[in-house]
Design a protein around this ligand. Structure first.
Ligand SMILES: *Cc1c(COP(=O)(O)O)cnc(C)c1O
Length: 377
């Protein structure tokens, strides 16, 4: 019997989202100059503890533009987690800077903040921290190291819209933070991204480089080279409408994860990241889990078995310190980061899109449980 496949992600688009987009389409304010863009920037950035927001076409460009404007360059070192998306690494390499990777904590999967200090050198310029899979990272030790050594602290908050560290919403702890509005993020505009900051000078530089370095006095004379990284009014209208439901969406992710944990948590060798730490609550932006190799083999094997019973999955991030594109680069350094390696080998995530019905999630959890029980005994 063919089982209907439950997708990893299905975005939730409501009638009010459609009305919001229709409204700007009717008004005709659709370009990057639409007042809707500034409204979205203000609303989103203030919610994330920042005075300023600069919306861009996606979360990768948010990182690219930020690193460029901060003039990260050859000889500079950037400390970042190995367990992260390629977007965190690509511009560091393109700019000729040297990435310095830090391993993850086995429990939270976030960058181990206690290992950061030992990697600081005279060349260190920035720390990029990622709030991984919906659990805010431990910020205090990073803020301390950054201020002690005068480093720029950047939060990649693409996976932590609306989440708090010690009661304070993530995004404003360092010099700047970046967000993505891809279709699986808590607030989506299809594609999209934003840089948030409290630094007014940085804000103006980001806007200037986003918009082709047009000059206020002599528009078509350019003393520096910029990009057209503008965001559209159509996307902004969708983003504003989505933002109104952010709190609700965070709760929905948690609800989904509770279902998976209910079905799977008591099985031996199956582990989820903690729902709560001393400093933050997990919203389980993805419903990720790790499986014990001796009981169940690799995550890849489980993914293929789940695929056969109609449960779509995704693997965990491939460690950045082993990316072929990095190994070819002149700044490559061999490193041994066992937790990042283990997460890739043994981790996967299950369907948890905001547009999924809870009954679909239950069905995915039931099918997963059945396979694991069969294998684990
Ligand atoms: C999604 C994501 C990005 C990239 O965002 P895009 O909009 O897909 O380019 C960057 N960092 C993290 C941590 C992400 O989850």
């Amino acid at each position: 019997m063919e089982l209907e496949t439950i997708p990893v992600n299905r975005p939730r688009i409501t009638e009010s989202d459609i009305e919001a987009v229709t409204r700007v389409l009717k008004e005709g304010w659709i370009s990057g100059d639409s007042p809707e863009v500034e409204r979205f920037e203000e609303e989103f950035s203030s919610l994330h503890n920042c005075r300023f927001g600069v919306a861009v076409p996606n979360g990768t460009i948010a990182l690219d533009l930020l690193f460029s404007v901060l003039e990260i360059g050859p000889g500079d070192e950037v400390i970042l987690p190995s367990f992260a998306i390629i977007s965190c690494l690509s511009q560091v390499l393109r700019l000729g800077a040297t990435p310095v990777f830090v391993d993850s904590e086995p429990l939270t999967w976030n960058m181990d903040a206690s290992q950061v200090r030992q990697h600081v050198t005279e060349k260190t310029k920035a720390i990029l921290v990622v709030h991984t899979y919906g659990l805010p990272a431990d910020m205090d030790p990073l803020i301390e190291v950054a201020s002690e050594f005068g480093l720029m602290l950047i939060e990649d908050s693409a996976e932590s819209h609306g989440l708090a560290y010690k009661g304070v919403t993530c995004g404003g702890f360092g010099l700047a933070s970046t967000f993505s509005f891809y279709a699986n993020k808590n607030v989506t505009t299809g594609e999209g991204g934003m840089i948030c900051t409290r630094n007014e000078e940085l804000f103006h530089r980001l806007r200037y480089f986003r918009n082709l370095t047009f000059d206020a006095t002599n528009r078509f004379v350019h003393s520096e080279l910029g990009w057209n990284y503008r965001f559209t009014g159509i996307q902004a209208a969708l983003g504003r409408s989505q933002l109104k439901r952010l709190g609700e969406m965070v709760l929905y992710r948690r609800r989904i994860s509770e279902i998976y944990q209910g079905f799977l948590e008591e099985l031996p060798g199956v582990k989820f990241a903690p729902s709560i730490t001393q400093y933050a609550e997990n919203d389980y932006w993805v419903s990720g889990l790790t499986i014990d190799k001796s009981l169940y083999g690799s995550a890849q094997g489980l993914r293929s078995a789940l695929g056969d019973v109609g449960v779509a999955t995704r693997p965990f991030f491939y460690p950045l310190h082993r990316q072929p594109a990095y190994m070819k680069s002149p700044v490559y350094r061999e490193r041994h980061l066992p937790v990042a390696d283990w997460l890739y080998d043994q981790g996967l995530y299950l369907p948890n899109g905001l547009g999924l019905e809870l009954t679909e999630v239950e069905e995915a959890a039931r099918r997963t449980r059945k396979i694991l029980i069969g294998w684990g005994t």
